[in-house]
Design a protein around this ligand. Structure first.
Ligand code: SAM
Length: 311
């Protein structure tokens, strides 16, 4: 394993799902600290190739130490997967892995502003060179926008009161640190979920919004299918029910193909066939893995295979 700072989740299962062939071309669209990438490289032959992406410059810097001629590491959001692969002269690949969400180093690096465990500037961008920081967004967003983000992405039932408190507080002083936001939220909530910091849901929601995590996922899935060879596998690990719902629906719709509108006599031959076949059911981490790595608790792995549509 490359860096113990991030323990890869469902690593054996996800890499096995790719059914790696010796000289195949694979994509790890979420390099992180290279846990999954290293396993893929272990199974690849000398003519195989791995294209690894991450939008976080720290991940790219850490990955430079890997020095494996079969691997090309690219600093990019995975929503630009098609552009990245096209730029490398690739039109088809044998397998793609997405292990979405944040990495442990992102959460554990106090300076990144992802966590209320440390006081730091309220940033939360996976790529600090792109887009608005959480502090800048909270300074400018309307109360309605803040409430909507916290309710939708955090499934926080007290989103309205939290948004009201944020807007009142920022009139006194800009909300620029993680500790400021965490204590503001803690002071607003009258009820706490057992075992959870009161700011957990709001921090998660703001992070998902700031990094456009659900949009990124929705945009990459069709590009993955476009670039997979027939028989090639797509494996996606998600950690949040909203993400998993997107993956599940996308794979299901692509496996069913275009459906005829009810009661309209449309010939089946005119409907677009599905491009994916589901491989097995959703997989979860074993009890042993969850005990060793509690981050694995909410992980869900879904796998699908590209069909030979012309056949
Ligand atoms: C859960 S970690 C992946 C860990 C990795 N599989 C490992 O074993 O070390 C998720 C990584 O994906 C990156 N990431 C998340 N969303 C991304 C996106 N839209 N485009 C590119 N990278 C993304 C994050 O920066 C983070 O490094």
């Amino acid at each position: 394993m490359m860096d113990a700072a991030h323990v890869p989740v469902l690593a054996q299962e996800a890499v096995a799902a790719l059914a790696i062939i010796d000289d195949g071309v694979y994509v790890d669209a979420t390099f992180g600290r290279g846990g999954h990438s290293c396993l893929i490289l272990e199974q690849l032959g000398s003519k195989g190739r791995l294209i690894a992406l991450d939008r976080d410059p720290d991940a790219i810097e850490a990955g430079a130490a890997l020095r494996d001629a079969r691997m090309t590491l690219v600093h990019s959001a995975f929503s630009r997967l098609g552009e990245v692969l096209g730029g490398l002269g690739l039109t088809q690949v044998n397998g793609i892995l997405l292990d979405i969400g944040v990495s442990s180093p992102q959460l554990d690096d106090a300076t990144r502003g992802f966590s209320f465990r440390f006081d730091a500037p309220l940033d939360m961008r996976m790529d600090p060179g792109s887009g608005l920081s959480a502090a800048d967004w909270l300074a400018a967003a309307t109360e309605g926008e803040i409430s909507e983000v916290i309710r939708t992405y955090g499934e926080e039932r007290f989103a309205k009161s939290i948004a009201r408190a944020i807007v009142a507080a920022r009139q006194e002083e800009a909300i620029s640190s993680t500790a400021q936001l965490a204590s503001l939220i803690a002071g607003t909530l009258k009820w706490r979920e057992p075992g959870q910091h009161p700011a957990t849901r709001s921090f998660q929601a703001i992070r998902i919004y700031i990094n456009r995590e659900l949009e990124e996922l929705s945009q990459v899935l069709p590009q993955c299918v476009d670039f997979l060879k027939p028989g090639g596998r797509l494996a996606v690990i998600s950690f949040h029910s909203l993400e998993d719902r997107i993956v599940k629906r996308y794979m299901r719709d692509e496996s069913q193909g275009e459906q005829a509108p009810r009661r309209l006599p449309i010939r089946a031959a005119l409907l677009k066939p599905g491009r994916l076949k589901l491989v097995g059911r959703a997989q979860h981490a074993s009890d042993v893995e969850v005990t060793a790595n509690p981050r694995a608790r909410s992980a869900v792995l879904r796998v699908a295979e590209k069909m030979d549509v012309a056949a």
